[in-house]
Design a protein around this ligand. Structure first.
Ligand code: CO8
Length: 258
């Protein structure tokens, strides 16, 4: 096992595992954690003995979103200059299969990470969603594009506009989750599938992924550039500051529409 600051990683058979590891803040994803995830996924991608990558949270939760403390005071221009989403772009071009194992919450940036994966397994008591609208922002790492490709425009809009957490069973019915498992066997069952996939012909698996992604995501890149500008733009609003301040102060936000 190799520990980094915000993740744990190890290899079991031909499966590389990345475990998010910030339990005190429900694995909230900060920019350093994203960098660690991406660099590890890329190193598994290069590693001859690793065929499949599994991304998981801990027993309690996958990730309750991007780190609100890190984002709350940032302005739009800083975000544009930081260009942090290029790390997410790197994750999207990993060639080996990535499987998400979702426990507890996968919200906001956590759900974006799930949607970056090729297959999603979840515990029956998991919840997924994009609560960003409640903070006066929106998904910024591809969520509006990937969710819409998966569930269609009308269902995506309803989900995103209200920011509801959906139970895993509903996300399964919508085709967002491949399989549901009892919480106590989720990781074991996910690893079984990952091991099985790791025995398939590697080049076939790789090229099938590439081809399916082309079919599904051909115009996602352009969509994400558009999404990114809108995400940055929201950091120029008072409502974003209010939404995140209200979260930190544990009160209801008062949005003004400016
Ligand atoms: N960021 C920072 N800290 C968090 C976050 C978060 N996203 N989520 C939870 N925490 C912290 C809490 O502040 C709390 O800390 P403390 O103990 O110091 O008060 C601790 O984790 C435990 O959380 P709660 O006490 O709130 O636990 P509950 O079980 O009562 O509630 C919830 C769990 C419902 C998940 C609740 O924590 C919650 O609503 N969290 C925020 C969910 C959210 O709004 N996520 C979206 C964030 S915005 C986003 O993801 C934008 C994505 C943009 C692109 C990605 C860039 C990386």
């Amino acid at each position: 096992m190799q520990n980094k600051e915000f993740i744990k990683t190890w290899v079991e058979g031909k499966v590389g595992v990345i475990q998010l590891d910030r339990p005190k803040v429900l694995n909230a994803i900060n920019t350093s954690m994203v960098r660690e995830i991406v660099e590890t996924a890329e190193s598994f991608d290069r590693e001859d003995d690793v065929m499949v990558i599994v991304i998981r949270g801990d027993e309690r939760t996958f990730a309750a979103g991007a780190d609100i403390d890190e984002m709350a005071e940032v302005d739009a221009v800083t975000m544009e200059l930081r260009n942090q989403f290029t790390d997410w772009d790197r994750l999207a071009i990993v060639k080996k299969p990535m499987i998400a194992a979702v426990t507890g919450y996968a919200f906001g940036g956590g759900f974006e990470l799930v949607l970056c994966c090729d297959m999603v397994f979840a515990s029956e008591n998991a919840q997924v969603g994009f609560p960003e609208v409640k903070l006066g922002v929106m998904p910024g790492a591809g969520g509006t594009q990937r969710l819409t490709k998966l569930v269609g425009k009308t269902k995506a809009l309803e989900w995103l506009w209200f920011g509801d957490a959906k139970p895993a069973s509903e996300a399964y019915d919508l085709g967002v989750i491949n399989r549901l498992f009892a919480p106590e066997v989720l990781f074991e069952e996910t690893m079984k599938v990952a091991h099985r996939l790791s025995e398939q012909a590697p080049i076939s698996v790789r090229l099938i992924k590439e081809s399916v992604n082309k079919a599904v995501d051909y115009s996602v890149y352009e969509g994400m550039q558009y999404e990114r500008k809108n995400f940055y733009m929201l950091f120029a609003t008072e409502d974003q500051k209010e939404g995140m301040a209200a979260f930190k102060e544990k009160r209801k936000p008062h949005f003004k529409g400016k």
